[in-house]
Design a protein around this ligand. Sequence first.
Ligand code: GLN
Length: 238
Amino acid sequence: MTDDSAIRIALVVPDLLGTYGDRGNALVLAQRLRWRGYRAEIVTVLSSAETLPDSCDIYLLGGGEDVAQQAAVNFLARGDGLRRAVNAGAVVLGVCGGLQVLGTSFTTGDGATHHGLGLIDISTEPGPNRAIGELSTRSEEHGLGLLTGFENHLGRSTVGPAARPLGRVLHGIGNGSEDTEGAVSGRVVCTYLHGPALARNPALADTMLSWAVGEPLSELAPFPELTELRTERARAAG
Ligand code: GLN
C-alpha cells in the first residue's frame, strides 16, 4: 500500500547497481525527512520488475560492474519511466556506475561503447587504471562546500556543455578530466562519491530533499561526533 502524502524515494535496481552500500542513501534521505516531520517511503525496484514507476519523487542509482550497468540501461530504457519522472521534476542521484548509466554513453573496459540513458550530458571512457581511494571535492558553484567519499572506478568522464560539474577535485581522481567531479543538470545529480554519499555529505542530501519537498528544510540539531568525523576524513584525504 502506498502513502499518498509521503515523499517516495525509489531505490533503483539495487540488485544491479548497489556496490559500497549505496542503498544507504535511501535510508539517509528517509530519516532526514522524518526528522523534519515529513513522511517518507522507500520504494525498492528490482530488475525483475516489469518497468520503473514514474511516480516517485526521488530516484537513487548506485554503482555497479560494467555488465550490471548494461543490464540497468536495458531495464531503465524499457518503459522510459525515469525520463518521464525527470521531465516532471523528479530528483535523481547517480553514483559511479549510476553516473555512467544516466549519461550519454560509456565505453567499458572491453572497449565496447554503450548508450546511456542520456538524462545528463556526461560521457565516459576507460582510464589508464582504476581510480581507487578517498575522493574529496569542493562544490562552491552549488553551495555545497566540501564533499567527500570513496571512489573505485575505471571510467573517466567528460561533462558536456548541457551540464555543470558537481565540484572541483581536491584529492583523488573524480571524473578524471580537468579537475572536475560529477555533474549536475537541473535536478539530476551525478557523482563518483560512494560512502554512501549522502551519509557522508548531509548538505547534498538536504539540497536534494528541499528540491523534492519544494521548500527549504529546517536546520537539524548539530551532531558533534559527525562534524568531527567529517573533519578528520577531510584532513586524512588531504
Ligand atoms: N563499472 C564502472 C567503472 O569501473 C563503475 C564502477 C562503480 O560503480 N564503482 O568505471
